[in-house]
Design a protein around this ligand. Structure first.
Ligand code: F6P
Length: 363
């Protein structure tokens, strides 16, 4: 039991995900129930070094935000206090470790503990801050669902729902024009969104990073879809991190030092057209998958995660992340949570389901 806690702070780091505001509300209300004060840090840790960047979050500040997308605190997937970009007098940029400054700034604001809501990047930062002495607990957030040690991250199921609706809409236009439609979905190096939305949306082909694809196999499946009747069509779902056998993922460009995935749908679409002669269109669903409010399940999961994070602080379980295990919320060490990316297991039931339904996985 942690008796010395009076003030906690919340930060939201990395890419946004539906459910962030619900977590924030749950943390604030659960903290108030214990008689603590909650504070928000603006845009990950950036606010610590700005006037007014750390502000009180009371019950009124979080009223009516559970269903809203984005995050009232703002976020960034660039600011890393362990590698803080500093412009030198000669214009060159050097990277400094500001771990001590972060912890000192938190103490200067009277913050006793932090709830860090993030994906593997933000939780790695949280883990380093914990090792440097900060009382911190983590909440697993990412639409990619690629965090080990939790069955689900919040935001994932909403992204799957958005992607499934998009696939449904593409079906009608693909059918009307007897075209091949190729849709690229997010997920970084994991195929969770593409696999689950692809199966739910009854795609003909689903390509994920866990299964390098063979274009001949893909094109055979496409052709079989045109043999079923007078006006065949085909739906192809591609994860942004998918790549051909013997090949590499498709990188769009380097953005502020970060490599961004993208462009594989266009590449696959062009290859299908060249090999089959079928009229093909491709699109990238992009950040629509991160936008909007959380669905009911993600809202509930976010509220459960937020409330559980406060209980971890109450119980002095610092350096841990809340995690979903079956229908229970557990605490797992941050080090374990960030140790590896969670990819789709090849023996997963959803893969078996896809194969049973005759969906081509490109192998
Ligand atoms: O990690 C979440 C995610 O949406 C990935 O699926 C995607 O590759 C990446 O973030 C996009 O990041 P950005 O917001 O920098 O474009």
């Amino acid at each position: 039991m942690s008796s010395e806690i009076r003030r906690i702070a919340i930060n939201t780091g990395g890419g946004d995900a539906p459910g962030l505001n619900a977590v924030i509300r749950a943390v604030v209300l659960a903290a108030e129930e214990l008689g603590w004060e909650a504070y928000g840090i603006d845009r990950s840790y950036d606010g610590l070094f700005e006037e007014g960047g750390v502000y009180r979050l009371d019950r009124a500040a979080v009223r009516g935000i559970t269903h809203l997308g984005g995050t009232i605190l703002g976020t960034t997937n660039r600011g890393n206090p362990l590698k803080w970009p500093v412009t030198k007098p000669d214009g060159s940029v050097a990277y400094e470790d500001r771990t001590k400054e972060v912890i000192d700034a938190l103490h200067a604001h009277g913050i006793d503990a932090v709830v860090a809501i993030g994906g593997d990047g933000s939780l790695t930062i949280a883990h380093e801050l914990f090792k440097a002495g900060l009382k911190v607990v983590g909440v697993p957030k990412t639409i990619d669902n690629d965090l080990a040690a939790t069955n689900l991250t919040f935001g994932f199921l909403t992204a799957v729902e958005t992607a499934t609706e998009a696939i449904d809409k593409l079906h009608s236009t693909a059918q009307a024009h007897a075209r091949v439609m190729v849709i690229e979905l997010m997920g970084r190096t994991a195929g969770w969104i593409a696999l689950e939305a692809g199966v739910a949306g009854t795609a003909d082909v689903i390509l994920i990073p866990e299964i390098p694809y063979d274009l001949d196999t893909v094109c055979e499946k496409i052709e079989s879809r045109y043999r079923v009747g007078r006006r065949g069509f085909a739906m192809v779902v591609v994860a942004e991190g998918a790549f051909p056998k013997g090949g590499e993922p498709h990188f769009k460009r380097k953005d502020g030092g970060q490599i961004r995935l993208g462009g594989v749908a266009e590449e696959v679409g062009m290859a299908i057209h060249e090999r089959t002669g079928r009229e093909t269109r491709s699109l990238v669903l992009g950040h629509l998958q991160r936008g909007g409010g959380p669905n009911a399940y993600d809202r509930l999961l976010s509220l459960r995660f937020g409330a559980a994070a406060v209980r971890l602080i109450r119980d002095a379980a610092y350096g841990c992340m809340v995690a979903l295990d079956g229908n229970n919320i557990l605490a797992v060490p941050l080090g374990q949570a960030i140790a590896k990316i969670k990819n789709v297991p090849l023996d997963s039931d959803v893969i078996a389901t896809a194969r049973s339904l005759g969906i081509c996985l490109g192998d």
